[in-house]
Design a binder for this molecule. Structure first.
Ligand code: F58
Length: 829
């Protein structure tokens, strides 16, 4: 790391100049300056993309002034910091957000219009950073936004993947993946900081010795060294001067390491190995809910954790009196198990690099970390083979063994004679020998939280039950939330304007204020405008669908959407069975009176998840058959929009009438799409799973379409020896739908979808057949309810009005009050 200069140059010499751009003229000048000085282009030679970059720099300059003020405040106040560690972030397009937060949207629009350019055309050029798979990564982005908005001193750390989540396209209905080259044209929002690179080591072995004060010390003689280069992105708060940072680490080959090979004259191999070490931050693993047990994945985890902790420790030393103050000055939130190797890494830093004893290091470590668990899927609990862990991180493995040894002693003291419990709780699993990251997290963190009430209870009762019995006080719930800025204000400007026209704009920083809309649900004229807004959004989405997949959809049909990762437990296949049933009913009785529906899907399947990919193919085949059947008279349409991501979500959520949240009860930890839909006035068709339960409690059971088995019922079915064939033979309509899948009518090879049918009939792990009848019946209630526009709109308004609770500001406030205790530090605008 290159020395900082603040000790040498008096701070007052480093005052930054204010740009003070407040008029369209100023903005145009700043834009031209940036185009000329930063981009190296003249107005005569610039491409549209050059102008986009100049625009991004102009907006960024605004935020830099605020960032500077924030840093000044932090340096002067030395507050307690929240450090959020997450392997994934899905922040969405930056330009729209940064224009909004810097209040420059109108200036930019006008300035560009004077140049004959349309702001929206430039916005469309920005690729979104797809540095995550799904809910977990998007939640991290909502949390950053809320932390800054609530003036919480915070840093978020992650990996600067060169390739984010793959781009999805369809070839003959099959998913195809192509690389997401989001950095191809550079990223105007990031500041790389090569002077702050830190060294990270892997491999090698350890040496134990006694130092000259007679203390037992360990040296890690590492095998490989590489560098982490930080890249910063600004995280502005809304309506405040606070601008926090997202620090993403990029792997660079260490020079020292190159020289060794260059010395022996093996130039080609030296360059090859350089590339190999830079591969660490090359690509995001595209798995959702099943960890990838690859060596490179563990390297990624340790890489970003080691870089981040080095910075946290050195900041603590710089700002405070010593490392003993760490737990009072820092709290590290672990976003699932992916960064959990931070625990042995902090122990190692404190003992081996800063000379603390085990007890001293342990006391600091166990008061520093808090852990969030985002799953209920047993297969999602990360485990690393001991051999792999020890090969890459020999010192950490020793530390984990020692933590485990001491921890199991504690268990034995608490539960004498209960060796079975000791075995269950061990951080190291036997046969095969694996390090269980969730156990490491649970035993070493001072807080363990789930992400919705039901999941938090199930963690206590099942997944982490032994840990709950040991430390009930560590367990807590923090129901997820989403940021109202991106998911209402930016995604749905029409609705936002309507809301603001009635209740003011306070809801953007205090979403509970949406409650003030409740009385409007009973006003016919308000319902009318609400409907107009929804319809305009539906028209806009119809235009996008037309452009994207070439299907014409009717904005007056009911839009029924299921957008989320493709996973069997989420049950996209149950939705498909419902569509097939409607199709068959219409074929059997062409005069049947149903509300015309447009089914909208968006979902990526992990590249190696064959059944999930087959489900995509099935839905696309279904779309082809249904969309081209003239006998249906356009009453059903099915569209699968490719490449579902944050930007596409922003188009879909505002335009939907029915939100499908149909996971098997007890599987979806929370869900956050459910919240985005409800806030935009969609009604939920859902099971009693994840946050659906809390949404239903808030919006009222009369404004929510409930179906399906509950968790105890699911368990009872499984215990009783669930047999899907009972449902198959017991329900002719269900049998007809399933049989049709392999009838050949779906086009192509008859046997193609046989694996889906086999898995339904012979296993049906997620009880689709058991829930089918209830689901179809529930959809009939939806059909009926949609016919009464007044009452539907009333329900829609009540959904939005009563979901203020699901703001990530509320979630973050709870994290801060109950876990972090980092006093907010307002930075004026
Ligand atoms: C999701 N998990 C949960 N994991 O499935 C969802 O219910 C919840 O709302 C959301 O977290 C936020 O709490 C999730 O998205 C992943 O994508 C992991 C990525 C890394 C590999 C393992 C899955």
């Amino acid at each position: 790391m290159i020395e900082q200069i603040t000790d040498e140059i008096p701070l007052q010499q480093l005052q930054v100049s204010k740009r003070n751009v407040r008029t369209v003229e100023d903005f145009k000048r700043a834009l031209a300056d940036n185009l000329y000085y930063k981009r190296g282009q003249a107005v005569y030679t610039a491409t549209r993309h050059d102008i986009y970059v100049a625009l991004a720099h102009t907006v960024r300059d605004y935020l830099m002034e605020r960032w500077h003020k924030t840093v000044e405040t932090y340096f002067q106040t030395r507050p307690k910091f929240v450090y959020y560690l997450s392997a994934e972030y899905l922040p969405g397009q930056q330009i729209t957000q940064n224009l909004l937060y810097s209040e420059t949207t109108d200036l930019a629009r006008q300035a560009l219009a004077e140049w004959g350019l349309d702001l929206n055309d430039l916005i469309a050029l920005e690729p979104e950073p797809g540095l995550g798979n799904g809910g977990l990564g998007r939640l991290a982005a909502c949390f950053m936004d809320s932390m800054a908005t609530l003036d919480i001193p915070a840093y978020s750390f992650g990996i600067r993947y060169e390739f984010g989540i793959f781009r999805q396209s369809f070839q003959d209905g099959w998913q195809e993946e192509s690389p997401d080259e989001w950095l191809f044209y550079g990223n105007p929002w990031e500041f790389s900081q090569p002077d702050d690179m830190v060294e990270v080591c892997f491999g090698g072995h350890t040496e134990h010795h006694v130092d000259d004060q007679g203390r037992h010390r360990v040296r890690w003689i590492h095998g490989q060294t590489l560098l982490g280069e930080p890249c910063h992105m600004l995280v502005p708060g809304y309506g405040t001067g606070t601008v926090n940072l997202l620090r993403l680490w990029r792997a660079r080959a260490s020079r020292e390491f190159d020289f060794e090979l260059f010395d022996v004259g093996d130039y080609a191999r030296a360059v090859e190995q350089k590339t190999a070490s830079e591969n660490i931050s090359k690509v995001l693993y595209p798995n959702d809910n099943t960890p990838e047990g690859k060596e490179l994945r563990l390297k990624q985890q340790y890489f970003f954790v080691a870089c981040s902790l080095k910075m946290i420790v050195s900041r603590t030393l710089q700002f405070n009196r010593g490392l003993f103050e760490l737990p009072d000055k820092a709290v590290v939130q672990l976003n699932d198990t992916h960064p959990v190797v931070a625990i042995p890494e902090l122990m190692r830093l404190l003992m081996d690099e800063h000379g603390l004893s085990w007890d001293e290091a342990w006391d600091i470590t166990r008061r520093t970390f808090a852990y969030t668990c985002h799953t209920l899927m047993p297969e999602a609990l990360e485990k690393w083979p001991v051999s792999l862990f020890g090969k890459l991180l020999p010192r950490h493995l020793e530390i984990v063994y020692e933590i485990n040894h001491r921890f199991l002693q504690e268990v034995r003291v608490r539960f004498p004679g209960d060796e079975e419990r000791v075995r269950r709780m061990s951080i190291i699993e036997e046969w095969p020998e694996q390090v269980c990251m969730a156990h490491l997290a649970a035993s070493c963190s001072f807080s363990i939280n789930g992400v919705a009430k039901l999941q938090s209870s199930l963690l206590k009762e099942h997944t982490l039950r032994d840990f709950y019995e040991m430390w009930p006080e560590k367990f807590n719930n923090k129901t997820n939330g989403v940021t109202p800025r991106r998911w209402v204000r930016m995604a749905n400007p029409r609705l936002s304007e309507l809301i603001t026209s009635k209740i003011g704009d306070g809801w953007l920083r205090d979403m509970d204020q949406l409650e003030a809309l409740v009385p409007y649900a009973d006003q016919a004229d308000f319902r009318q405008v609400w409907r107009v807004v929804k319809r305009e959004n539906k028209v806009a989405l119809a235009a996008h669908i037309g452009k994207s997949v070439g299907v014409q959809v009717d904005p007056d049909s009911l839009y029924d959407a299921m957008v989320k990762r493709l996973h069997e437990y989420k049950r996209q296949l149950l939705k498909a069975l419902h569509i097939i049933t409607l199709y068959q009913r219409l074929k059997a009785d062409p005069a049947l009176d149903i509300v015309p529906r447009t089914f909208i899907f968006g979902a990526k399947a992990a590249a190696g998840y064959h059944i999930a990919k087959l489900i995509i193919k099935l839905i696309n085949s279904l779309a082809e058959v249904i969309n081209s059947d003239p006998a249906l008279n356009d009453r059903l349409k099915v569209v699968f929009l490719p490449n579902f991501n944050v930007t596409l979500g922003e188009r879909i959520y505002p335009a939907v009438d029915v939100s499908e949240q149909i996971s098997m009860a007890g599987k979806e930890a929370s869900g956050t799409g459910n919240m985005k839909f409800a806030l935009n006035g969609a009604l939920t068709v859902g099971t009693l799973d994840g946050a659906n339960i809390e949404i239903r409690e808030r919006v009222g059971k009369e404004n929510f379409f409930l179906f399906g088995l509950t968790v105890p019922e699911v368990m009872a079915q499984k215990e009783a020896g669930y047999n899907p064939l009972d449902y198959y033979y017991g329900n002719p309509e269900l049998k007809r739908a399933i049989d049709w899948i392999v009838s050949g009518d779906l086009g192509g090879d008859k046997a193609l979808f046989q694996p889906l049918v086999d898995s339904l009939l012979h296993k049906d792990e997620y009880l689709l057949l058991a829930d089918y009848a209830s689901y179809v019946e529930c959809q009939e209630r939806v059909d009926e309810a949609y016919r009464d526009a007044a009452s539907w709109t009333r329900m829609s308004i009540l959904n939005a009005a009563r979901c203020g609770h699901f703001s990530s500001d509320r979630t973050i406030r709870q994290y801060n009050e109950e876990i972090w205790r980092a006093p907010p530090l307002p930075v004026g605008l």
